[in-house]
Design a protein around this ligand. Structure first.
Ligand SMILES: NC(=O)c1ccc[n+]([C@@H]2O[C@H](COP(=O)([O-])OP(=O)(O)OC[C@H]3O[C@@H](n4cnc5c(N)ncnc54)[C@H](OP(=O)(O)O)[C@@H]3O)[C@@H](O)[C@H]2O)c1
Length: 172
């Protein structure tokens, strides 16, 4: 099984090119619960965006998509040039989610109750999640929750978020 997992704003922003635009501990716990024990597969930019002390993600084989030779930059991960035959979780970022969505059967989304496309600094590039098309159906959705300590950049209010599961429709 190949799944994808991401957190996005209501307008599908997942990052500003180097980082995410929120810090929500409940989402980090959710990510850990879902992916623990399974391989994680990410693009080189997402790998390098992880603080060095957090990579590789423990308890998971870390695969990094890149055209570059492995080196110091990739220590702890396995560098790959394609995902054929792999199962696990696609964990980012925008380029890799978009390129692999057609091969994914399940998507775990953390939806963050904020509109961010207009607020990301224009000197950095806004990174979006791909649109989830009619090949997928929303099969589970939590209520909106309020984070205990998490906030979205530019706001002092506690962040609101919900978890969603999409499964690929079975073709008849
Ligand atoms: N909100 C979330 O859940 C979430 C999760 C993860 C990341 N993010 C955010 O996403 C942003 C990064 O995303 P991004 O779109 O800029 O980059 P990305 O998808 O993380 O990485 C792109 C890189 O992956 C490599 N790559 C992609 N497809 C490949 C293929 N088929 N074969 C070989 N290499 C391939 C290339 O690396 P080389 O140039 O090395 O060849 C490419 O430059 C950051 O802001 C990060 O914080 C958000």
């Amino acid at each position: 099984m190949l799944g994808a997992i991401w957190a996005q704003s209501l307008d599908r922003v997942i990052g500003d090119g180097t980082d995410m635009n929120w810090h929500i501990p409940e989402d980090l716990r959710h990510f850990k619960d879902i992916t623990m024990g399974d391989p994680v597969i990410m693009g080189s930019r997402s790998w390098l965006a992880l603080p060095e002390r957090f990579r590789p993600l423990p308890g998971r084989t870390n695969y990094v998509l890149s055209s570059r030779e492995p080196g110091d930059w990739s220590r702890g991960a396995e560098v790959i040039t394609g995902i054929d035959g792999l199962s696990g979780w696609i964990t980012g970022g925008g380029e890799v989610y978009a390129a692999t969505l057609s091969q994914v059967d399940r998507i775990e989304v953390t939806l963050i109750d904020a509109l961010l496309a207009h607020s990301v600094d224009s000197v950095v590039s806004v990174v979006y999640a791909p649109e989830i098309g009619p090949d997928f159906e929303l099969t589970e959705e939590s209520e909106w929750m309020t984070s205990e300590k998490g906030t979205v950049d530019g706001s002092d209010e506690p962040a609101r978020f919900r978890f969603q599961t999409y499964l690929r429709k079975v073709s008849s």
